[in-house]
Design a protein around this ligand. Structure first.
Ligand code: PMP
Ligand code: GLN
Length: 383
């Protein structure tokens, strides 16, 4: 995790946000919304602070949030989760991932992910001493081949780490594919960890299938999500994991020495968000879908081939047909060329897959309509 000079390497997101700040370019690199989430959620945090909810909350998380998470799993997925023993609140999905992998992965254990993969996965697998195996997914659909996925799961696989909806591709894994994973996990006695932070940000009628709800999955599955994405509060860092009590306890054993507990006043506020009516969730996704459409049109008008995402914050384009075979290079010059910042997809890949994804660039559309329209106008100058 250190560079050759012994200093911490910066993440691609920090690097690209700094580039946006120094050049004044529109930052479509790091995925964070430029508009705050529902008023009810914001107000609930202010009320909690005013009411004196400012000291250490319980280690497993504030009861109202654990209960709201349990209600959420029942309402959306029909999952019955015990808020006392089967829910753990974490510092965003990031800490949930770290706690789970540090709890279950020993030196030399294999962890399987798709590739490209969210950048924290490889880093935390390395911290745990695990071996990172991947199954590549390809432009433009980014759907894993079920046989390849099945074959990659062996007796050496300790954890299958899924991410659906998927960052950076916007792919939504379908039930048939997830069933293949559950069957292989049972056969090889592997754990399944699913990162579902984009579970509510679905477009075009796409359906999120929570792995834990599939037959045979619950006993070996930990599901991870976060309030940051759904409620546009990425800076609050309130996430959670759910699963069988023994698995949650093992994650808690690690979590207590990572952060001990998390932001007291933000927990009842995210609980208030989780209890909002279905229409609010639909409206959040609808707004984002409009943003996606604006940016996709802009990118297409600029001449980029686009992989249209079915969920999440991001869209991927291919720079090669426009004469940009190297996405990292394009991202470095794009602030000057067009006043826009993106992130190279190769940053989510290693060697071989990075080479295959070399010309791809990810742009975030979790931005206000005016910003996306202006970005589209600027990108059109590339055509
Ligand atoms: N997993 C994925 C796939 C993500 O995209 C992100 C955030 N961008 C995270 C985890 C981290 O979530 P949090 O901010 O809640 O830690
Ligand atoms: N998850 C967001 C992204 O993929 C931000 C991540 C970060 O800044 N670590 O861009």
């Amino acid at each position: 995790l250190l560079t050759a000079d012994g200093v911490p390497g910066t993440t691609i997101f920090a690097e690209m946000s700094a580039l946006a700040a120094s050049t004044g370019a529109i930052n479509l690199g790091q995925g964070f919304p430029d508009t705050d989430g529902p008023q009810e959620v914001l107000r609930a945090a202010q009320d909690a602070i005013a009411a004196g909810v400012n000291q250490y909350p319980p280690g497993r998380g504030t009861q109202v949030l654990r209960e709201a998470v349990a209600r959420h799993q029942a309402r959306w997925y029909g999952l019955r989760v015990d808020p006392e023993t089967e829910v753990l609140v974490t510092a965003g999905a990031t800490e949930a991932l770290a706690a789970v992998l540090l709890a279950f992965v020993d030196e030399g254990d294999e962890v399987l992910t798709l590739e490209p993969a969210y950048d924290a996965y490889g880093a935390v697998i390395a911290l745990a001493g695990g071996v990172h195996r991947t199954v590549p997914v390809d432009w433009p659909a980014f759907r894993p081949d079920p046989d390849r996925l099945r074959d990659a799961i062996t007796d050496r696989t300790r954890v299958i780490l899924l991410n659906t909806p998927h960052n950076p591709t916007g792919a939504v894994l379908d039930e048939a594919l997830l069933r293949v994973v559950v069957e292989a996990a049972e056969r090889h006695d592997a754990l399944i960890v699913t990162d579902e932070v984009y579970e509510h940000l679905l477009f075009d009628g796409a359906r999120h299938v929570p792995v834990a709800a599939l037959p045979g999955a619950w006993d070996r599955t930990i599901s991870i999500s976060s309030g940051g994405k759904t409620f546009s509060t990425t800076g609050w860092k309130i996430g959670w994991l759910t699963g069988p009590a023994e698995l949650v306890s093992a994650a808690l054993a690690v979590k207590q020495f990572l952060t001990f507990v998390n932001g007291a006043p933000f927990q009842p506020a995210i609980a208030a968000g989780l209890d909002l009516p279905d229409e609010v969730f639909a409206s959040i996704a609808g707004t984002l879908q409009t943003g996606r459409d604006t940016l996709v049109s802009g990118l297409e008008a600029a001449g980029f081939p686009v992989s249209v995402p079915r969920a999440g914050y991001f869209v991927i384009v291919d720079g090669a047909p426009l004469g940009f075979p190297d996405g990292a290079e394009l991202c470095r010059s794009l602030p000057t060329l067009a006043g826009v910042v993106g992130v190279p997809v190769s940053a989510f890949c290693r060697d071989e897959q990075a080479a295959r994804m070399r010309s791809l660039v990810r742009f975030a559309f979790c931005k206000s309509p005016g910003v996306l329209a202006e970005a589209s106008t600027r990108l059109a100058t590339l055509a």
